[in-house]
Design a protein around this ligand. Structure first.
Ligand code: NAD
Ligand code: UD1
Length: 315
């Protein structure tokens, strides 16, 4: 049994990781300020964890949260490109300041063996090269992307200066249960599946031929656990986590129709400003260093997601 701290553990990805760690018999502490996350996400196992409702941008809170931990899975962030355009200061505080506090607290507490942190494929920007490999020069386009990239640079600096082990996982488009579909800027799968379950038409921005590397949450949870356990290579590696394949938005609607037994026709609107046309991860580094393989396909993941919505009366 190991002791894990999950920052942002009341959010979509963090709460799914917490659930798995508990099932595997580990001890879990969550630090979350419930800004974008919801207590609802952890309600089912709240009694089995140590929940600290607090803000990582406060060093003393970070220090308290890291005390006695073996591993930290760092997911706290205001994860919105749009918000980072409207309020870059808030996003910088929630990502950059919080990360520095966390790293410094981990060094000061002395028990932490490794930090695995969530970073983003947003680092690749609009570079059309496919698939994306980790050695491509970063081209961040938004304050959010810059902040997530800063996490990667801080990881390197803290290893160089303090010997703190930090691995950075660059997530592509993660989907699955507990992802909040309620905002205009929510992930496309959460929006489309919740609308189509109600018999409503989703709106595709563009011609529907844009494609994304969608990756089911269980694969992302696998990657986090493997990243804690893999041998240290001697540097703060940056590793893509995706499905290694891409799917167009038209294909996504088609598969959802098949799963739901519906024949819903999507609406089409002009492309969203700043959208990249295609995105796909090269996951060979994840495979080589972590032994990561996406064991759940997008189609299987979509079926599980729809079943989850139905079982939880969220239709
Ligand atoms: P989420 O909004 O569901 O989770 C983020 C959590 O962090 C929330 O529970 C929020 O309340 C908490 N939080 C924010 N600021 C905090 C602070 N200062 N102190 C404490 N808690 C704070 O988002 P998510 O989709 O689960 O994303 C998790 C991580 O993965 C983020 O770092 C995000 O940048 C990264 N990421 C996600 C995706 C994706 O497809 N969902 C893609 C790339 C990267
Ligand atoms: C996602 C991340 C973003 C990250 C980027 C890096 C989410 C919510 N966003 O952005 O934080 O910087 O990956 O790769 O995970 N779409 C529609 N109709 C809708 C909603 C979306 O057609 O109702 C389209 C979008 O225009 C886009 C595609 O679906 O073409 C994917 O959109 P979205 O899920 O928001 O993710 P990304 O834009 O890829």
């Amino acid at each position: 049994m190991n002791k894990y701290l999950i920052t942002g553990g009341a959010g979509f990805i963090g709460s799914n990781i917490a659930e798995r760690l508990l099932k595997e018999g580990h001890s879990v502490r969550i630090l979350d300020n419930l800004s974008t996350g919801r207590f609802e996400n952890i309600k089912g196992f709240a009694e089995d964890i140590d929940f600290i409702c607090g803000d990582l941008s406060d060093y003393s809170t970070a220090r308290k949260a890291t005390e006695g931990m073996d591993y930290i899975l760092h997911h706290a962030a205001l994860p919105s490109v749009e918000l980072s355009v409207k309020d870059p200061c808030a996003v910088n505080e929630s990502i950059v300041n919080s990360t520095v506090n966390l790293f410094k607290a981990a060094v000061d507490c002395g028990s932490v063996k490794r930090i695995v942190q969530a970073v983003s494929a947003a680092a690749y920007g609009n570079d059309p090269t496919l698939p994306k490999t980790e050695d491509m020069p970063p081209k961040p386009e938004s304050p959010y992307a810059v902040a997530k990239l800063a996490q990667e640079y801080y990881a390197r600096a803290f290893y160089n200066v303090y010997g703190l082990q930090v691995l950075s996982l660059r997530y592509f488009n993660v989907f699955g249960p507990k992802q909040d579909p309620s905002s205009f800027y929510s992930g496309v799968i959460s929006i489309f599946s919740s609308l189509m379950l109600k018999g409503k038409s989703p709106v595709i921005f563009g011609d529907g031929l844009s494609s994304r590397d969608f990756v089911y949450i269980d694969n992302v949870v696998d990657a986090n656990l493997k990243a804690c356990a893999c041998p240290w290579t001697g540097s703060s590696e940056i590793i893509n986590i995706g499905g290694g394949q891409s799917m167009t938005l038209n294909e996504l609607v088609e598969i959802l129709n098949k799963i739901l037994g519906t024949d819903i026709v999507p609406g089409y609107k002009p492309p969203r400003a700043g959208d990249v046309k295609h995105s796909m991860a090269d996951i060979s580094k994840a495979s080589a260093l972590l032994g990561y393989e996406p064991r759940i396909t997008v189609s299987e993941g979509l079926q599980s997601l729809i079943a989850w919505y139905r079982n939880n009366d969220l239709v």
